[in-house]
Ligand binder design. Structure first.
Ligand SMILES: Cc1cc2nc3c(=O)[nH]c(=O)nc-3n(C[C@H](O)[C@H](O)[C@H](O)COP(=O)(O)O)c2cc1C
Length: 192
């Protein structure tokens, strides 16, 4: 396959990672900044990838939710240890449509859907028992068909730059960086 866009390049590497990573090839480190410009990073699962960008799902009222909704910027880093590769992505953040969030929510196991109601993600938790009680509360309330909570949804990172990094011998790694210019992607090779 001849690679035309960084998304095609990403797709090819991602397919290879699915074959070789022992778990979660879709896991990536998501970096945000808070209102003081202080960076924050955590791992999330990137569940949908297409020409528009990289989508992940979370509690919109979590720390990352607030940071994404106020800065509208983020970075993602995939590290596939089995392949000695990383992909660094930076870009603009938007929320996915209600329909996309509904579709993904409905595809999740029941326990995860209840968990999205029970967890006040990122806020202080008094005790584990409180969480278990909240899970039971929402199980009793919704049975096996909970609706998607309004506070739970997805974000799309629309990339403005994507770098492909492959480990090389003697730390002479290979780096290929694509940057978006208007509607076109420019690429350059970087020193390791
Ligand atoms: C492998 C892995 C996958 C994860 N996937 C998600 C995810 O898709 N969505 C999510 O909200 N948190 C996910 N988490 C938990 C986050 O890392 C984080 O603890 C949580 O979202 C709270 O982050 P925040 O307080 O910065 O909002 C995952 C953690 C790991 C280790």
């Amino acid at each position: 396959m001849s690679i035309k866009t960084p998304i095609e390049h990403f797709t090819q590497w991602y397919e290879e990672a699915k074959q070789s990573e022992p778990s979660d090839p879709d896991a990536a480190c998501l970096a945000t900044i808070d209102s003081n410009g202080m960076p924050n990073a955590r791992v999330i699962l990137v569940r949908k990838i297409d020409d528009r960008g990289f989508c992940f799902f979370t509690n919109l009222e979590s720390t990352k939710g607030h940071e994404l909704l106020s800065s509208h910027k983020a970075a993602l880093n995939f590290h596939w240890k089995s392949l000695k590769r990383q992909v660094r992505i930076r870009g603009e953040i938007s929320t996915v449509s209600k329909e996309e969030a509904d579709g993904y929510y409905a595809s999740r196991p029941l326990g995860n859907r209840i968990g999205a109601w029970a967890s006040l993600q990122s806020r202080p938790l008094e005790s584990r028992d409180t969480l278990i009680q909240r899970v039971e509360e929402f199980e009793n309330k919704f049975g096996d068909d909970p609706p998607r909570p309004d506070h739970w949804g997805g974000f799309r990172l629309s990339p403005t730059s994507i770098e492909f990094w492959q480990e090389g011998e003697h730390r002479l790694h290979n780096r290929l960086q694509y940057t978006l210019s208007g509607e076109d992607w420019n690429s350059k090779v970087l020193y390791p």
